[in-house]
Design a protein around this ligand. Structure first.
Ligand SMILES: [Fe+2]
Length: 416
């Protein structure tokens, strides 16, 4: 049975603001006592290879309120059933902190209700899961510490530190750790004032925490532990990996931040079945040094993220894969029925190789959603303020083009 600040997961029960805090904190405290999961940095043996294989399901950008889209919940439920992962990683923007329903009532209660509703299918699956925050999770009073407590109320939630965490995946005999997962939280506060971009880079402190975990693991197990890393926002290096093209090139997107005057397409090698780049990467402008840190021991094979819901592709930065996973939320902009998640398969005998593919709503549930009008609206809504500006410019241009013959006809009529 799993608990949430709202009682049994999946049930809705009217409770007071005080109940929310008390229940969340009490259950968290009991949970620690029973499971002893706070182990000072390195997780206990929760994750293990089974029959030589370990499967991760990444879901990103559910971005919803407590008025949760039934399509998001249904997709989550079915994606878990079909892919049967051993571990689920949520890469941020689970909560739409700016949502209108957050304006009504208590912000913390609303956030707890949203987490409860969105996590219900994951909680019910019993599969270990973890989460990082995105740029839209922590709005108002319901800051990260509070939301983290809400996640921890699910007894299959694992994670000791949302800033930077490590999840060792043990061999079947538990004697070795052939592979691990690192998660990095999104941080805006520390960086926001420094750069041109409004998106914060990964901090030095987070990178040093990763180095520390990496070194502890390699010392304990006598080898470099291969890894995949997850976070919300793509790194600044994303733009180094795209192909710069002329404005107007087919399938190109206009850059963002310091790249706003350039246009890009995917490099040829990244154009594959199921890959798409529907919007500009909204990355920080400044490089963090995270990728160089990954190169020090050549342990992290790929860094995966979400944030830009209409992107799903993998490019290479030196030997490291940089991969987008499209959004899976239906109450926010996204790539229509191609909303989806990403699966990773890692093999105990060859942890230095992994396979990845995406699963979409269309693959699993077909072309019909429960709320087709909303799906249509959110599929065609702009992804950002710059996209709104671009759409307004297009409309203005179209209006100007239409106005010319009308004006000409009017003038000719007057001249007659
Ligand atoms: Fe998002």
């Amino acid at each position: 049975m799993m608990f949430s600040p709202y009682g049994i997961t999946g049930k809705t029960k009217r409770i007071t603001k005080a109940d929310t805090y008390k229940t969340a904190e009490l259950i968290s405290a009991v949970f620690y006592k029973i499971t002893g999961r706070e182990t000072g940095g390195i997780m206990e043996k929760t994750l293990k290879f089974k029959d030589g294989k370990f499967r991760i399901l990444q879901l990103s950008d559910m971005q919803d309120t407590y008025n949760t889209s039934p399509d998001t919940v249904r997709f989550t439920e079915e994606a878990i059933k079909i892919t049967k992962p051993d571990f689920i990683v949520l890469t941020g923007d689970q909560i739409k902190g700016y949502g209108l329903s957050f304006l009504k009532g208590d912000n913390k209660t609303n956030a707890a209700k949203a987490i409860n509703a969105l996590m219900a299918p994951i909680g019910e699956s019993g599969i270990p899961f973890t989460a990082v925050f995105g740029n839209h999770d922590a709005f108002g009073e319901a800051q990260k510490d509070f939301q983290w407590k809400c996640y921890k109320c699910f007894d299959n939630f694992i994670g000791n530190d949302y800033e930077t965490a490590v999840f060792p995946v043990y061999s079947e005999n538990e004697e070795n750790v052939p592979f691990c997962v690192y998660t990095f939280d999104y941080d805006a506060g520390e960086n926001k004032a420094n750069g041109i971009s409004k998106y914060g880079k990964i901090t030095e402190k987070q990178i040093n925490k990763y180095r520390n975990y990496r070194d502890i693991l390699s010392e304990k197990y006598g080898h470099t532990v291969k890894a995949l890393a997850f976070q919300h926002v793509p790194p600044a290096e994303m733009y180094d990996c795209l192909k710069e093209v002329k404005k107007g090139t087919k399938n190109s997107v206009q850059g963002a931040g310091i790249h706003k005057n350039q246009y890009y397409t995917l490099p040829d090698y990244a154009v594959k079945k199921g890959s798409f780049m529907g919007e500009n990467p909204a990355s920080p402008d400044e490089k963090s040094g995270q990728l160089e840190a990954f190169e020090e021991k050549n342990d992290v094979m790929g860094l995966y993220f979400g944030h830009d819901h209409n992107n799903s592709f993998i490019v290479k930065w030196n030997n490291i894969d940089l991969g987008y996973t499209q959004g899976c939320g239906f109450n926010v902009y996204g790539p229509g029925h191609l909303r989806g998640g990403r699966v990773f398969d890692i093999y105990e005998s060859e942890p230095d190789k992994y396979k990845t593919f995406t699963v979409t709503y269309k693959d699993i549930l077909g072309a019909r959603t429960k709320r087709p009008v909303k799906t249509f609206m959110y599929t065609h809504s702009p992804s950002s303020v710059s996209a709104v500006e671009a759409q307004c410019k297009k409309i203005a241009k179209a209006a100007a083009v239409c106005a010319v013959p009308v004006a000409a006809a009017y003038i000719l009529k007057k001249l007659k």
